[in-house]
Design a protein around this ligand. Structure first.
Ligand code: BES
Ligand code: MN
Ligand code: ZN
Length: 505
């Protein structure tokens, strides 16, 4: 397998198309009627089943709702054949809940999964607004995302439908809203492709090369530090983490500079291209999905790639802190002390707590050299965050209430929930080392195993007082099953949240 095997020209097998007119005229082989969940039970959307369509329904819609016990809850489906000119086609009743963006995102995902094996699906749009159409497109496209290195083609009934039409009699701002959803989904798919790429292909230099390609395609400035340049400039932590690997570390800086920017945001992504744990070697089970440990860097790259498409007016710098955490003969030993960018010394008491080390270098550099107004990092940082919140919710730590609230709001609008966690002040002693400024794991067991908070408190030492948010996505960063918007493997969680946040800032 070579590097190019993992690239794809178009991110999705499915294309979303807005169309004006009525569903009765559609030549699609899957016709979809939305069902709202009203106070008094399921409710049809006025006018969607008119014309030739009413005549082919086996019964009035109300009777069909009752027959299939529909409630209209988002994603609910009932399907049956109806006669059309070209023969029998399938008609689906699709629950769209209240018509909120969240509900339409779920409905879009369900539609897209139901449309597998079909040529063209057409949904009569319930006319519930632009944000809902954006969310619908996200759901429909992301549920059609698959990553496969199988040599056999997928079976015909598993292949995503090439086209999903959204049919709106008015077709007002629908096209723009669907386009926005497509951009958000495409950024997510870009990150998922990188996350799902096996680590035999994906090393730090490979990630840096992909970042440079994306930068060229998206009009971003890019700078890459190789191992000699990292040494020269004092990135002692990124180097120490990569020392045990034959594939040397990299740091990538990407810059998005709109005209008259309103502020400067720096995003930092953890980019461990494989995490064995280093000399503090992980047991088998814990290592099995560690090719996804560069999710933070993939998310940051994907966000940067789409900023101009979503019209962001803030200046954004992305930093990808890339290293492979392996255990070769020159690997960082337990008790070694490294010096981060900016001069802080850190005792490595566990080489498996490597994410906070590479982030510390990049954050130290950001604060010293880039004059950020806001600093945000994204990382699959701790198993503890996953234990605390599971795979559905990301952990959010922040030194700034307004910033935390903005990011939480963007997360809610994106269907990527984040829960704010406390930077408990008494626990700060846990970052103390006997010999260095800091230790890389919690050293004060009397505070209990608050692993996610220990890591966040460690990172806070490198923020220089700049308003900062930390997204620990170890839980929701990957999925073991195909469901809703998620595909197996990397989820690229936080991509859409950060894009929404930056587009609105
Ligand atoms: N990459 C892991 C965290 C992780 C765990 C991500 C599970 C996704 C799923 C991280 O580098 C790590 O190993 N953290 C350790 C820290 C500990 C040694 C203090 C952990 O969480 O166990
Ligand atoms: Mn680790
Ligand atoms: Zn890790």
């Amino acid at each position: 397998m070579t590097a190019n095997d993992c690239e794809r020209p178009v991110p999705f097998a499915t294309e979303i198309q807005p169309r004006s007119g009525s569903l009765a005229e559609s030549t699609a082989d899957l016709l979809v009627l939305p069902v709202l969940s009203g106070d008094g039970g399921p409710a049809e959307v006025e006018g969607v089943a008119e014309g030739g369509l009413t005549q082919v329904l086996p019964a009035p819609l109300g009777d069909l709702f009752a027959h299939y016990s529909l409630t209209g809850k988002p994603g609910e489906l009932a399907q049956f054949p109806v006669p059309r000119d070209q023969g029998l086609v399938r008609l689906a009743l699709l629950g769209v809940g209240s018509g909120s963006p969240d509900d339409l995102r779920k409905a879009g995902a369900a539609l897209s999964r139901a449309a597998r094996g079909r040529e063209r699906a057409a949904l009569a749009w319930p006319g519930v607004g632009g944000d809902a159409a954006t969310a619908f497109a996200e759901g429909a496209l992301l549920a059609s995302y698959t990553f496969s290195l199988k040599t056999a083609e997928p079976p015909a009934d598993k292949r995503p439908a090439p086209v999903v039409e959204v049919v709106d009699p008015g077709a007002g701002d629908l096209a723009d809203a669907l386009e926005r959803g497509t951009r958000l989904a495409a950024a997510t798919a870009l990150a998922r492709d990188l996350i799902n790429t096996p680590s035999m292909v994906k090393d730090p230099a490979w990630m840096a090369a992909r970042a440079s390609e994306v930068a060229a395609d998206s009009g971003l400035q890019v700078r890459v530090w190789d191992e000699a340049e990292l040494e020269r400039d004092g990135f002692g932590a990124i180097l120490a983490v990569g020392r045990g690997s034959s594939r040397p570390s990299r740091l990538v800086q990407l810059s998005y500079t709109p005209e008259n920017p309103t502020a400067h945001v720096v995003l930092v992504g953890k980019g461990i291209t494989f995490d064995t744990g280093g000399l503090s070697l992980k047991p088998n089970d814990n290592m099995s999905l560690m090719k996804t440990d560069m999710s933070g860097s993939a998310v940051v790259l994907a966000v940067l790639s789409a900023l101009s498409a979503v019209g962001a007016s803030v200046r954004v710098t992305g930093l990808l802190a890339l290293a492979e955490n392996a255990f070769g003969g020159d690997a960082t030993r337990i008790g070694d002390v490294l010096t981060t960018y900016g001069g802080t010394t850190v005792e490595v008491l566990n080489s498996d707590a490597e994410g906070r080390l590479v982030l510390a270098d990049a954050m130290g550099y950001a604060v010293a050299e880039l004059a950020p107004d806001v600093l945000v990092d994204v990382a699959t940082l701790t198993g503890a965050a996953k234990v605390a919140l599971g795979t559905g919710t990301g952990a959010l730590y922040s030194t700034d209430d307004a910033l935390a609230a903005e990011i939480e709001t963007a997360g809610r609008a994106s269907g990527e929930p984040l829960w704010r966690m406390p930077l408990t002040e008494e626990y700060v002693e846990t970052t103390e080392s006997r010999v260095a400024d800091l230790a890389n794991i919690g050293t004060r067991r009397e505070f209990g195993p608050a692993g996610a908070t220990d890591a966040a408190l460690f990172l806070r030492e490198f923020t220089g007082g700049v308003p900062w948010a930390h997204l620990d996505i170890a839980g929701p960063g990957r999925s073991t099953k195909e469901s809703g918007l998620l595909s197996k493997g990397g989820t690229a969680f936080a991509t859409r949240t950060l894009l929404r946040w930056l587009a609105e800032r």
